[in-house]
Design a protein around this ligand. Structure first.
Ligand SMILES: C[S@@+](CC[C@H](N)C(=O)[O-])C[C@H]1O[C@@H](n2cnc3c(N)ncnc32)[C@H](O)[C@@H]1O
Length: 231
C-alpha cells in the first residue's frame, strides 16, 4: 500500500499489530462495544433497508456487526480474507437462530463470488481506511457491482493514530472520501456523523445534538467517524 507523506510519518511512528487476529484478541471486542461504536451505521442501515433484506458485511473481522444485523432480521453474509479470522468469528458467536453465513473472501474480488446487485446493501465498519486511494476506489467499485447500495463507517480526519489502532489507518476528510466514492462510480453520496465526537463538542449543550435542523450538520462537523451512504 502506498501512503501519502503525512500518513507515512504517522504510520512509521505508530505502534503496529502483527496481524488482524492478534489485533482482535488484544482489543477485546465484544458485542456491547460493537453496538456502541457502530450505532450510527446500524441505525442508518435499519432506516434504509427493510427487514429481511440481503446484507453483505465485507471485512467482517469478529462478525459481531453481522450478528447484530442478522439478529435484527436481515439475511446476512459476513466475509473476511484473513486466515484464522473466520474460525475465530465462528467460535465467538452462536449462529443457530439467525440467518448468518460467514465466508472467506476478498473485498477486491466480490464480483467473482456474487451475482450483480445480489445484495440490498454492502456495509462495513473500520475497513476502508486501511487501504490506499487506488484500493479504496477499486474496493468500492467491487462493492457497487454486487449491491444496490453501499453503507460504510470510517474514522475521519478528526483522529490521530494511537495504540488502540491497527497502525495503517488513514484519516481522510469527508471531502476526500466523497471524491473517492464518486471515482468508484457512485452517483449519490450522503454523509452522516457517527456518535463519537471531538473534544470541542463537549462544550456544546447536548440539546443541539438532539433536535431540529442542525442535527445532521453538527454531528457531521464534530464527529470522529463518518458514515457514507452511496448509491
Ligand atoms: C479493523 S478490521 C474491522 C473488522 C470489523 N468490521 C469490526 O468492526 O470489527 C478490518 C478487517 O478487514 C479485513 N480485511 C482486510 N483486507 C481485506 C480484504 N481484501 N478482503 C476482505 N477483508 C479484508 C481484515 O481481515 C479485518 O478483519
Amino acid at each position: 500500500m502506498v501512503l501519502p507523506q503525512d500518513d507515512k510519518n504517522r504510520y512509521e511512528n505508530s505502534p503496529k499489530m502483527s496481524d488482524w487476529k492478534t489485533y482482535f484478541e488484544k482489543s477485546d471486542r465484544n458485542i456491547f462495544k460493537q453496538c456502541l461504536s457502530a450505532r450510527r451505521l446500524i441505525e442508518i442501515i435499519i432506516d434504509t433497508i427493510p427487514k429481511g433484506g440481503r446484507v453483505l458485511e465485507a471485512g467482517c473481522g469478529t462478525a459481531l456487526l453481522s450478528l447484530l444485523l442478522a439478529d435484527y432480521g436481515y439475511d446476512v453474509t459476513a466475509l473476511d480474507l484473513t486466515d484464522g479470522i473466520i474460525d475465530y468469528a465462528k467460535k465467538r458467536i452462536c449462529v443457530d437462530k439467525v440467518k448468518l453465513n460467514i465466508i472467506r473472501g476478498d473485498i477486491f474480488k466480490l464480483s467473482s463470488l456474487f451475482e450483480e446487485r445480489y445484495f440490498d446493501v454492502v456495509c462495513n465498519s473500520g475497513v476502508m481506511e486501511h487501504f490506499s486511494d487506488e484500493e479504496i476506489v477499486r474496493g468500492l467499485a467491487e462493492q457497487k457491482k454486487v449491491s444496490k447500495m453501499v453503507i460504510f463507517n470510517v474514522p475521519n480526519n478528526h483522529n490521530v493514530l494511537t495504540e488502540g489502532h491497527f497502525g495503517d489507518e488513514r484519516f481522510l476528510s469527508n471531502k476526500k472520501w466523497v471524491s473517492l466514492i464518486k471515482n468508484a462510480g457512485f452517483k449519490s453520496v450522503n454523509v452522516y456523523g457517527g456518535y463519537y465526537v471531538t473534544r470541542p463538542a463537549y462544550l456544546l449543550p447536548s440539546i443541539v445534538f438532539k433536535h431540529g435542523f442542525y442535527f445532521d450538520f453538527l454531528w457531521k462537523c464534530f464527529s470522529r467517524h463518518s458514515v457514507f451512504v452511496c448509491e
